[in-house]
Design a protein around this ligand. Structure first.
Ligand code: APR
Length: 320
């Protein structure tokens, strides 16, 4: 039986971390692709040499030839440019749209049956464009944002409540980062909703508001600290969780940028919602009733995504 093949398109900071995690978990063989000649081969060789020490068996290959991603079961896309301090995710649109075109065609021609996870920002627009350019079914193309946003939220909540991260769940909807909509009623410690924890005196609404604000700006906070580039450890971990749910048919319920066809009153857009990921890709979209405030917040996200899609269509007439 052939080993699972994981193609990483973009072998920079997130791509390299993805390769490391995939190898350590023995998820399959890994192909690191990048337009930068030599660099993906260097990372593949370096990681391969960690194998004997860590005890993992995975073939790692670096390449700048799309033919090498042929037959990949999962493709994780980070190709493009990351933010520099002072840039918003939307500032990346023009450059990364062209990258999505090349990547989409590479996937279409070499591994049209793959499950594709997009990480490139601005996420909700790039995953839509990548789907358009690749022509893959909508359930096989998904964006990584919500798992990361909710992980940031969970980290801050666990610290505030002084409990294990494992016991904190968070529910987020909407666009990546700045426009994410956390639903506190569905965010819990061991099943106890956050509003109940506030009533129990574990924290205050003001502290929760501050945590929500910090989570929304969580990516920017890291960009500011790094000074050159954006977050990569947590984004890579989040995408690996999504890939594992697909490869092992785990049917995890994860917040992802998924293609909506009427759910939440949205049609034809990729927006962050909870989905079930299994062997058929996005198998179900979890639709909950939103109260007025959440609905308003979600609409802000949807409007922001729509604006970006209009900008994409203006930049590339094949998308119009
Ligand atoms: N095809 C393949 N790879 C490309 C292309 C392309 N057309 N254009 C750029 N790349 C490669 C770059 O050579 C670089 O190695 O994409 C890689 C991106 O890596 P980094 O610059 O280290 O960026 P990273 O931190 O990994 O983030 C990648 O994810 O979170 C988002 O905002 C982030 O859009 C950014 C992406």
């Amino acid at each position: 039986m052939a080993r699972t093949k994981i193609a990483l398109v973009g072998s920079g900071m997130i791509g390299g971390t993805l390769a490391h995690l995939a190898a350590m978990k023995e998820m399959g063989d890994v192909v690191l692709f990048d337009i930068a000649e030599g660099m993906p081969a260097g990372k593949a060789l370096d990681l391969s040499q960690a194998g004997p020490v860590e005890g993992f068996d995975a073939n790692l290959k670096g390449t700048s030839d799309y033919a090498d991603i042929a037959g990949a079961d999962v493709v994780i896309v980070t190709a493009g440019v990351p933010r520099k301090p002072g840039m918003s995710r939307d500032d990346l649109l023009g450059i990364n749209l062209k990258v999505m075109k090349a990547v989409g065609e590479g996937i279409k021609n070499n591994c049209p049956d793959a499950f594709v996870i997009c990480i490139t920002n601005p996420l909700d627009a790039m995953v839509w464009a990548l789907r358009e350019f690749s022509g893959l079914p909508h359930n096989k193309v998904v964006g990584m944002a919500g798992v990361l946003d909710s992980a940031r939220f969970r980290h801050f909540l666990a610290t505030e409540f002084d409990v294990s991260m494992e016991d904190v769940t968070a529910f987020v909807l909407g666009g990546h980062g700045d426009t994410m909509v956390p639903i506190l009623e569905y965010s819990t410690v061991a099943g106890i909703p956050v509003p109940d924890l506030i009533k129990m005196g574990w924290s205050t609404q003001e502290k929760m508001d501050a945590i929500v604000k910090r989570t929304r700006g969580g990516g920017g906070e890291i960009v500011g600290l790094l000074g050159n580039g954006s977050a990569y450890y947590a984004p890579a971990t989040a995408a690996i969780q999504m890939a594992e749910s697909y490869l092992k048919d785990k049917k995890r319920v994860l917040p992802c940028a998924a293609h909506l066809t009427g759910q939440y009153g949205v049609d034809g857009l990729y927006v962050g919602v909870p989905v079930v990921i299994g062997a058929n890709g996005v198998e179900r979209i979890v639709e909950i009733a939103l109260d007025d405030e959440a609905q308003k917040g979600f609409q802000v996200s949807v409007d922001a995504v729509n604006e970006l899609l209009d900008a994409c269509k203006g930049l590339d007439s094949s998308l119009a």
